[in-house]
Design a protein. Structure first.
Length: 642
């Protein structure tokens, strides 16, 4: 059974890819017919992903049952000493990621049926969605760095297409370009790192690179500088994909795309790709202390930065985006201090909780748009919401579950993984633990702020409506969307029990109950403190936290404007490149084009001048011969004079 299953593992990625190819080809060749059969195409695309999900569950069951890793590969390019292979690798890491991607992806597809029902690009959206999921599945199954890089770029391309899905929106067009350019910087570093490691070790296979690098370092045949440089360059790719400092600026702007894509990017595809690659490369990174230290500090500072910006955001989706950025920092920090299992566990628990929150946000936006308009500045503005739980009870309840989970409140999913990270940070680096612990308190504050501004109090969007409309208008939730929220609420509540002091699936020993409990008291305490501050400030209004913007306006403005990091990049990098591009364009227009056009103009003028003499008139020919003969005689005569 396992042998057949492992031999069929390649279907997990191929099925959604083939489905997207068929539906996408139909859009190119038979556009009207494909659009008229959109329900059939949706069923076909969802069916392919559902089949991949079933295979993924069977694979993870086989891995939990004790089956060892399975690798299949075939030669792709063989030239001299160069041998590139393509294939797939099934191990505990890849099988876990397969289940995460397929389950979240299928729920997002089911949700998108209602959310995108009236969009003209309905089939195109599902094609992109299926291709996006297939690219991520191919990435996690990749057995070597070359195949990783191929699917890495496909994931980036799909994110570009989906973030800019609505090209008529200027914000979406700019956001997808920003995501593309920022990730190209990271991907260039990734490519250089791959080439450097191949030059040093002669291999592109993960296991072989780790083994050969260990031998080279032990024998001192290779110094620390070059492999450290290569790994730091390679690390730029995951840092960009997972929105870590300094390449984090693309993630909040990616919210310009449809909300289901925001859920998929923040839960199981784009940002998860960076954490996955770090986990896959950990046997290599852990041999180089500088790389691990850089990773840990980048993650810790990113978690703190994301939390500090989320405190003041008024856009619902951007507030959740900075929450994702902060939680990704937790995961990267965990990898950097050697807590690989805790970091991966937090990747899983956070994925389901954040998918729940983003789809809940989509339900809110969908209910707000008929009231305040289809302008994201209004339909996503939390200052125009409030009291929505009365009209959207399922959305409000499930959103609260996701909020408490991200805050780390027991017994919800993220509590178990976040506390495992904090325990590892305390043992490895007290300063990093202090940053992570402080961030936990800020998480409780900004997440409860988001919930309270959106679902509690009174509805504040009525100021945009006529009086009679305000009396009759009520936000409503869609039954199709809420069913997806209820599905995601189950893992948000229960999946954290997979790795507790009482029940442990990992290969290592179970966490110490005493150590875990002592850490939980401090982490839950600081999260509850942040939540209480948010409750007093935004629910009871007994604590004038909202008035802090008037007492320290510069600090509030800096946080709201993302600490002006985007402006710094714009002035130092974007505008510099724009000036260089403008000058290069001027050089091309005035000098290069001028020389080429001038040469053409000379040829044109001389041709026109000769044209009069080449009309077939013998008189002109005789005159030309006379002028030429006289000129020649004059030259000879003057040249012979003394």
């Amino acid at each position: 059974m396992n042998e057949w299953l492992y031999e069929s593992a390649w279907l997990v990625a191929i099925l959604p890819y083939f489905a997207s190819l068929v539906a996408g080809g139909g859009l190119l060749v038979l556009r009207k017919a494909t659009r008229s059969l959109r329900e059939w195409h949706r069923t076909f695309l969802m069916g392919s992903l559902a089949t991949s999900m079933i295979l993924s569950f069977l694979l993870v069951q086989a891995q939990l049952g004790g089956s060892g890793p399975y690798r299949w590969a075939m030669d792709w390019i063989v030239s001299g000493h160069l041998r590139l292979q393509m294939g797939y690798l099934v191990d505990p890491l890849s099988s876990m990621m397969l289940v995460l991607i397929t389950t979240v992806g299928l729920v997002v597809m089911l949700y998108s049926h209602k959310y995108m029902a009236y969009d003209q690009g309905y089939v195109r959206f599902f094609v992109y969605l299926s291709l996006f999921t297939a690219s991520m599945l191919g990435l996690v199954l990749s057995p070597n760095l070359v195949q990783v890089y191929v699917f890495w770029e496909l994931v980036g391309m799909c994110s570009y297409l989906l973030i800019g899905f609505w090209p008529n929106r200027l914000g979406a067009a700019k956001a997808c370009q920003k995501a593309f350019v920022t990730n190209r910087i990271g991907d260039f570093g990734l490519l250089l790192g791959i080439l450097g490691l191949y030059w040093a070790t002669g291999s592109l296979e993960f296991g072989e690179i780790a083994e050969r690098l260990a031998r080279l370092l032990a024998s001192q045949a290779l110094g620390l500088f070059f492999p450290t440089l290569c790994c730091l360059l390679l690390l730029l790719g995951p840092l960009a994909k997972s929105a870590q400092i300094p390449l984090h600026v693309w993630l909040p702007d990616a919210m310009e795309g449809p909300t289901p894509i925001s859920a998929l990017i923040h839960a199981a595809t784009m940002v998860a790709a960076g954490v996955f690659l770090i986990a896959r490369m950990c046997p290599i990174f852990q041999q180089l202390g500088t790389v691990m230290e850089t990773m840990a500090w980048a993650g810790a500072l990113t978690s703190l930065l994301g939390a500090s910006i989320a405190l003041t955001q008024t856009d619902l989706k951007k507030g959740l985006a900075y929450s994702t950025m902060s939680q990704l920092g937790y995961m990267v920090m965990a990898m950097g201090i050697g807590s690989y299992e805790a970091g991966l566990f937090h990747l899983v628990t956070h994925a389901y909780s954040k998918a729940l929150l983003f789809l809940g946000a989509g339900s809110v936006i969908h209910g707000m748009e008929p009231l305040v308009g289809w302008d994201p500045a209004k339909s996503q503005n939390m200052l125009l919401m409030g009291g929505l739980r009365r009209f959207m009870p399922i959305t409000g309840t499930t959103f609260l579950l996701g909020t408490l989970s991200i805050c780390g409140i027991p017994p919800l999913a993220c509590f178990w993984s976040k506390d495992a990270i904090l325990a590892g940070a305390w043992a490895a680096h007290p300063i990093l633990w202090t940053i992570a612990w402080t961030t936990a308190g800020m998480t409780g504050l900004y997440m409860l702020r988001i919930y309270l501004l959106t679902f509690e109090g009174r509805f504040r969007g009525g100021s945009l409506l006529p009086y009679r409309s305000h009396q009759k208008a009520k936000p409503q939730e869609d039954g199709g969307m809420t069913s997806c929220l209820l599905i995601l609420a189950l893992p948000t509540v229960a999946i954290g029990w997979m790795n507790t002091p009482w029940f442990h699936l990992g290969p290592g020993p179970s966490p110490s109950l005493i150590a875990f409990s002592s850490m939980a008291v401090s982490s839950v305490g600081i999260a509850l403190l942040g939540g209480c501050v948010a409750f007093l400030a935004y629910q009871r209004a007994t604590l004038g936290l909202s008035g802090l913007s008037y007492q320290w306006p510069q600090l509030h403005r800096a946080s709201y404007n993302r600490w002006h990091i985007d402006e710094i990049y714009d002035r130092s990098w974007v505008r510099t490149n724009q000036i260089l591009a403008e000058r290069a364009s001027a050089l091309d227009s005035w000098w290069i084009d001028g020389v080429a056009n001038g040469a053409g103009l000379i040829g044109l003028v001389s041709g026109q001048a000769n044209r009069a003499w080449q009309g077939g008139n013998l008189t002109y020919y005789a005159l030309s011969m006379t002028i030429a003969l006289v000129s020649l005689l004059a030259i000879v005569t003057f040249s012979t004079l003394p």
